[in-house]
Design a binder for this molecule. Sequence first.
Ligand SMILES: Cc1ncc(COP(=O)(O)O)c(C=O)c1O
Length: 388
Amino acid sequence: MSTATLDVSAVRAQFTALDRRLAFFDGPGGTQCPDAVIDAIAGYLRESNANIGAPYETSRRTDELVTHSRERAASFLGCSSDEVAFGPSMTALNFLLTRAFARSLREGDEVVVTALDHDANVAPWLELAHDLGIDVRVAGLTEELEVDYDDLARLLSDRTRVVAFPAAANSVGTAPDIRRIVGLAHEAGALAWADAVHYAPHGPIDVTAWDVDVLICSPYKFFGPHLGLAYGKRELLESWRPYKVRPAADEPVGHRFELGTSQHELLAGFVAAVDHVNSLGWDAIQSHETALGERFLAGIPDGGVELYGLRTMSGRVPTFCFNVPGRSPESVATLLAERDLAVWHGNYYALETMRHLGLEDGAVRAGIVHYNTEDEVDRLLAGLAELT
Ligand SMILES: Cc1ncc(COP(=O)(O)O)c(C=O)c1O
């Protein structure tokens, strides 16, 4: 267990956006940005705004920024800088990469997803099922809402080409055993295709140690701007034929999957977001989040709140999905909003999870990140106690 501590007041002082009564428990929908991120975006537009590849000053600076952001992405993900691609969002990147990979798919090929996945890691495969006649199978969940690994293993066959899974579930917070899923996928001769959007603000990613083949995340969930970021193993990216315009460069290989002009100002913000995380360190972030998560779990009003998923901080991130019996998720979220508590309600696009739970209207979701405080957690618990 880490002994690193986080000075949460010092962290919050870096976020003008947090200087208000509203307590942000909606990080799973998008986190707030430190001022350094906002300043980097504005600074780029003021001082370096240009397209790439020209000999004049601002274009050269933009070239440098693009190289620098690829290096930062590589260090954030644990890969080489040529193996990354930026795009508008995880969803856009996933449709793009699945399309390129799908040029080698044949009718009857199989893809396994899990019932913990956000639809952005499911729908691209379902569209390929529609177009090509591939078969998409959904691995079930245990009672505790962990992946049912036996079920997943049963669904694999010699036609399985991909196992798609989340590094953490944006609904109930479960953090699956990544190495185990990757091992099962590779044993079956399939690619391991990870959605790390929800995991990324909560812990270090290491695509090399995890041995995933593809991993996609979104900087706007880890204190950066609205942007998507993908990793693909070099040999895969080299072997796939990208959908691209002919004059666009083929090097670095990840760039072949970036369509058109990049959002340069957002790349500047992305670099600042990674610098923010690095300045604090994952140990401090994780110990703070774990303490707040435990505080929330210990304080849930007895019998008044139905929590879905793991009741300890082991095997999960601090994202909590719950209902208050007798009240709709929307009314709970609205009543909490009236108390300056920002939570979301509905299915958060985790369709299979909600189907598994039999929740037609979904549930309420409260997510904790490193800038949340004990006081905010206590206010959330007090707000819930008032509604039960
Ligand atoms: C787990 C997960 N995957 C994928 C997505 C989609 O990400 P994006 O908005 O970047 O397309 C989200 C967004 O909420 C998410 O939480």
